[in-house]
Design a protein around this ligand. Structure first.
Ligand SMILES: *[C@@H]1O[C@H](CO)[C@@H](O)[C@H](O)[C@H]1NC(C)=O
Ligand SMILES: *[C@@H]1O[C@H](CO)[C@@H](O)[C@H](O)[C@H]1NC(C)=O
Ligand SMILES: *[C@@H]1O[C@H](CO)[C@@H](O)[C@H](O)[C@H]1NC(C)=O
Length: 481
């Protein structure tokens, strides 16, 4: 997914027609999203976390449900809201905006908050976490010679298996610090590094790897693709191996064993202006809090209702996959190149939402003290690294099920905020941010940590943080905490 896809799309999709058949055939935007941290890791208080985990899990379960995406034809209304209204106050209060959002995305904030409350009141989930393997049962230090050495699978090691040809990616552990840890002698190696291509159809052959030892002990599988490895696949094929991936949701993440990766940013500060912006102190920035993106996770939809330029808050959202062209049939939206067109009346609302969305430039919005980071349809977020790169303080919203990258190396609680799904934006979140804005020493400390965190995202060639991942593995075998 990507905000950068949004940008690309904006550049070549300037005309939006609400007339039948005139909308430009837009390629479907790839789905994607965010990588991050559970509240428990974020606050570091595990006991408290256990107590609230059940409630959270129930709530997040609900939040995962897709909002009703398609408006029903019968409820069609003539939504007219003034797209400039968010410059004069909270956009959710602009006449017609909430109705329009409901028509386009099926989202109703009051219903949503009520469902969160109901979920909290319900019984806790039956399986709060998977614990089939722990740090001590899945990492065997006895068989590895110290100091720590890493064996990297090469094509020659797996030439006899289709797995080698189709699934082993050329891994570029070229950084001198990583290279110094490599060995070609499996008897000396603590860990076995295998970088997986995406869409590998031969995972059942992992057990035939030459050093598999029956259960993948001490193996590290690195998957950089944001689509990731799901819970079922992880359990079925990876045995006791560590899985390092960007799509690290709690349902597939084995604490103490797996490693959440950050995704490499698609947008980096460019030129002198970019460098200036990255270094700009938090209180000298144009906006208080910003976001711009597509993808229809419920957190993004809700946040958009709280866009309010009078407070320096710009939260721009437009649902991906929605085509603003109108259908010739008022009764039934028609499919168009994988997108669904809207009945005529919705098309009016759609065009206004798009106009609001396009009023803001993604890069300009990086000139913000805080930046909202939310997941998309996928948990991994390119945006996280982008906001760190620009020196914004991340505010995680709707990230409760996602594990933040390299939590062993990055002190997330020191540099970010996490807010719950039902946060009151106007009465709780904005006052909190405004108070922080006055605490300059604290903000400077946060921004310094932001810079250090970002360094992990850019190490080693184009591969986000392979060096950080190697360091996490090394610590596990070297008894360093
Ligand atoms: C919808 O709004 C437009 C523009 O204000 C108007 O011309 C049209 O008649 C309205 N349609 C309905 C069904 O109210
Ligand atoms: C960021 O915003 C501040 C305050 O509006 C402005 O002075 C500064 O020039 C902006 N910087 C960039 C790089 O846009
Ligand atoms: C790995 O290195 C090769 C050769 O230098 C290069 O062509 C390739 O793009 C690199 N891949 C990544 C993901 O950095």
């Amino acid at each position: 997914m990507a905000e950068s896809d949004v940008r690309a799309e904006e550049e070549d999709d300037e005309t939006v027609s609400i007339l039948p058949g005139e909308g430009r055939a837009t390629r479907p935007v790839p789905r994607g999203g965010s990588a991050c941290t559970p509240a428990r890791v974020a606050c570091g208080c595990f006991a408290l976390a256990a107590a609230v985990a059940a409630a959270l899990a129930a709530a997040t379960l609900l939040a995962r449900l897709e909002p009703r995406r398609r408006p029903s034809a019968g409820s069609a209304r003539n939504s007219t809201f003034d797209h400039g209204c968010g410059q004069r106050g909270r956009v959710g209060e602009c006449p017609g905006y909430a109705e329009c959002l409901r028509e386009i995305s099926g989202f109703d904030e009051i219903e949503y908050l009520a469902s969160l409350r109901a979920a909290r009141a319900g019984p806790p989930p039956l399986h709060p976490g998977r614990r089939w393997c722990t740090k001590s049962s899945c990492i065997d230090r006895a068989t590895c010679a110290q100091p720590f050495r890493l064996f990297q699978y090469a094509h020659a090691d797996v030439a006899h298996l289709p797995l080698g040809e189709h699934c082993l990616a050329e891994s570029n552990l070229t950084d001198a610090r990583a290279r110094g840890l490599l060995t070609r002698d499996p008897a000396r190696a603590c860990a076995f590094w295998f970088e997986l291509k995406r869409n590998c159809a031969h995972l059942h052959q992992l057990r035939e790897l030459p050093h598999w030892r029956g259960n993948g002990l001490n193996h590290v599988f690195v998957q950089h693709d944001w689509r990731g490895i799901d819970a079922q696949t992880r359990e079925r094929h990876f045995g006791r191996a560590m899985v390092a991936q960007g799509a690290s949701l709690e349902d597939r993440f084995v604490p103490g064993l797996d490693i959440a990766l950050g995704l490499h940013p698609k947008l980096l500060p460019s030129g002198e202006r970019g460098a200036q912006l990255a270094a700009l102190e938090p209180w000298r920035r144009r906006y208080l809090l910003t976001f711009k993106g597509t993808e229809s996770h419920v957190s993004r939809i809700r946040a958009s209702l709280h866009h309010d330029e009078t407070r320096g808050v710009v939260l721009a959202y437009f649902p991906s996959g929605v085509h603003c062209a109108a259908s010739t049939s008022l009764a039934r939206p028609y499919a168009h190149d994988g997108r669904v067109a809207l009945p005529l009346l919705h098309a009016d609302c759609c065009a206004r939402m798009l106009k609001l969305f396009r009023a803001y430039d993604y890069v300009q919005l990086m000139n913000s003290t805080f930046a909202l980071v939310m997941r998309g349809d996928q948990p991994a977020s390119f945006r996280l690294a982008e906001v760190l790169a620009h020196g914004c303080v991340p505010v995680f919203y709707g990230f409760d099920e996602t594990v933040l990258p390299w939590a062993e190396l990055i002190d997330w609680p020191a540099l970010s905020l996490s807010v719950p799904f039902d946060v009151d934006f106007e009465r709780a979140l904005y006052p909190l941010l405004e108070a922080l804005l006055r605490d300059r020493p604290r903000l400077l400390r946060m921004q310094r940590e932001v810079r250090r965190a970002f360094a992990h995202f850019e190490t080693l060639d184009a591969r986000a943080g392979d060096l950080a991942t190697v360091e996490v593995v090394r610590r596990r075998f070297s008894y360093v905490q």
